[in-house]
Design a protein. Structure first.
Length: 272
């Protein structure tokens, strides 16, 4: 059964959607960007329906100032109170819950990673975490970053067709030069990256990081993940990084969606 749930967050009333089930392990989905709780192309609503069919309750919500919720939208870095309120509402509606897994894509993944009270969750699934000190655009994957540019040039250089195009003059040398300059640029470490690395270094619950290998947001995260700042997090046995060969930021195509669902199902089935 799918129900609309209104619940308090401070002086504001937030809107949520509950896909109720009898299972003791539930999924709390945090929306990314300024998306409403159904997600891009109703992707989060479809995920909720799928996991409910497997016996897992699922709760989605609009944070303050987004969608059907009251209040002022203060951005993902200031959404801890919203997440806490959603956790409380989820538990009140499904009192049999023993474990709650948090899922978020893009800046919602960053919001969960930064959440100051991880004891409210049993595990996190972080998809394509946002790492740039700016509000993500409507489609975060549409803004190439240095890591993405480097990856694309590496791919082109491995392709014999690209070398043939270069030799025959089919490649614009001016655009190539500009691209190479961008690719060689040193990307400064963002404050958000530093906060993410600090939090992941101390989080104790299981964390699964899911990356769309050819998505620019995922590439930016992976570049940060391989840096010295994430050394402590990389050595933690409770953090697992999984990648899927797709450019779809939201895992929208059928194979990518099936892969993502498999990651979520695996975490939901874990005991602990």
């Amino acid at each position: 059964m799918r129900r609309i749930i209104n619940f308090p967050c401070g002086a504001d009333i937030l809107a949520g959607t509950l896909d109720a089930a009898d299972g003791a392990t539930g999924l709390l989905i945090v929306s990314g960007g300024n998306e409403i709780r159904s997600g891009a192309f109703a992707g989060q609503a479809e995920m909720a329906r799928h996991m409910q069919a497997l016996g897992h309750p699922v709760f989605r919500f609009d944070r303050r100032g987004v969608g059907d919720s009251e209040g002022v939208n203060a951005g993902f870095e200031n959404s801890a109170e919203d997440i806490t309120a959603a956790l409380a509402a989820f538990r009140a509606q499904q009192p049999q819950l023993r474990r709650i897994v948090g899922f978020g894509n893009c800046d919602a993944a960053a919001a969960l990673a930064l959440y100051p009270d991880p004891g409210g969750f049993s595990a996190f699934i972080l998809a394509n975490p946002w790492t740039i000190d700016a509000a993500p655009p409507g489609n975060a994957a549409s803004t190439p970053n240095t890591a993405a540019i480097r990856a694309r040039y590496r791919e082109k250089l491995r392709n014999p067709r690209s070398l043939l195009d270069l030799l025959t003059g089919r490649i614009d040398m001016r655009r190539l030069a500009v691209g190479l300059i961008k690719a060689m640029a040193v990307t400064p470490v963002s404050g958000l990256v530093m906060r993410l690395s600090d939090r992941l270094a101390v989080v104790s619950v299981p964390v699964t990081i899911c990356l769309a290998a050819r998505d620019s947001t995922a590439m930016a995260f992976l570049a940060a993940w391989k840096s010295a700042g994430f050394k402590a997090a990389r050595t933690k046995p409770n953090i697992v990084l999984e990648t899927h060969n797709t450019a779809s930021h939201s895992f929208a195509d059928a194979p990518s969606r099936a892969w993502l669902y498999a990651q979520v199902e695996r975490v939901l089935k874990q005991q602990g």
